[in-house]
Design a binder for this molecule. Sequence first.
Ligand SMILES: Nc1ccn([C@@H]2O[C@H](COP(=O)(O)OP(=O)(O)OP(=O)(O)O)[C@@H](O)[C@H]2O)c(=O)n1
Ligand SMILES: C[C@](O)(CO)[C@H](O)COP(=O)(O)O
Length: 249
Amino acid sequence: MTVPEPRRPAVAVVLAGGVGQRVGRGTPKQLIEIAGRTIIEHAIAVFDAAPEIDEVLVLMTPGFTAEVERLVARNGFGKVGRVLEGGASRTGTTWRALEALGDRDCDVLLHDAARPLLEPRIITACAEALRVHPAVEVAVPSSDTIVVTAPGPYGETVGDVPDRSRLWRAQTPQCFRLPVIREAYERALADPGFADRPATDDCGVLLRYLPDVPIHIVPGSELNMKVTHPVDVLVAETLLRFAAGTPGS
Ligand SMILES: Nc1ccn([C@@H]2O[C@H](COP(=O)(O)OP(=O)(O)OP(=O)(O)O)[C@@H](O)[C@H]2O)c(=O)n1
Ligand SMILES: C[C@](O)(CO)[C@H](O)COP(=O)(O)O
């Protein structure tokens, strides 16, 4: 059995560089207020309060960093060091965070600002897992059957129905020893093909460019949903009020 290494300093990176096109409010969705706080405040608060986290780095949509700095000051989030501008894609934003962190020897937990319901026990489990594993994915087993489509004469058709027992839905945080994810991103950025087939998450970048690094799974939670479509704003609001013990208020 591997002996757990001593804990390294841990930086939570809140990825908030998107515009929320699918929610379609005309303002970045992470600034929508639900259950008394904006989505990004919910996301930062859980890391700011987590004993396993030493520092929080926020990457925000260009043009909105001052707004986030105001929210940070209003809440007294003491672990937030910097609020920087994000990149043009999620992976572009991650790369900006990795550049800002430089060559420090620390752990990094990359989290979607659009997931306001992260439970502290998941952060604890990730921090513990990083003492043994170089990379950690938070995921939940798929409750839906997933189909792979194939083009047909009248539109998409079902091409394959993979074994559901092996299908999980990826969540965040996705967590790494910093030098490991940094090297994966350096290789991705040196690959002219990376732009043609962009990655939708950070573990995907690691798997593609450093396939020998095992990615350990930490069980996520159905509560840890991502606000992606308009209905998710209502769902997240209901869940947050329920979690706070004030349903319907
Ligand atoms: N350039 C980008 C794009 C996305 N993200 C972040 O990545 C997370 C997951 O992305 P998604 O849900 O797709 O957010 P948006 O890109 O804002 O949504 P949409 O695709 O509907 O525009 C979000 O917290 C989002 O802010 C980011 O940091 N930088
Ligand atoms: C990282 C992620 O949340 C894992 O499920 C997801 O891949 C983000 O995808 P999006 O298209 O940026 O919402």
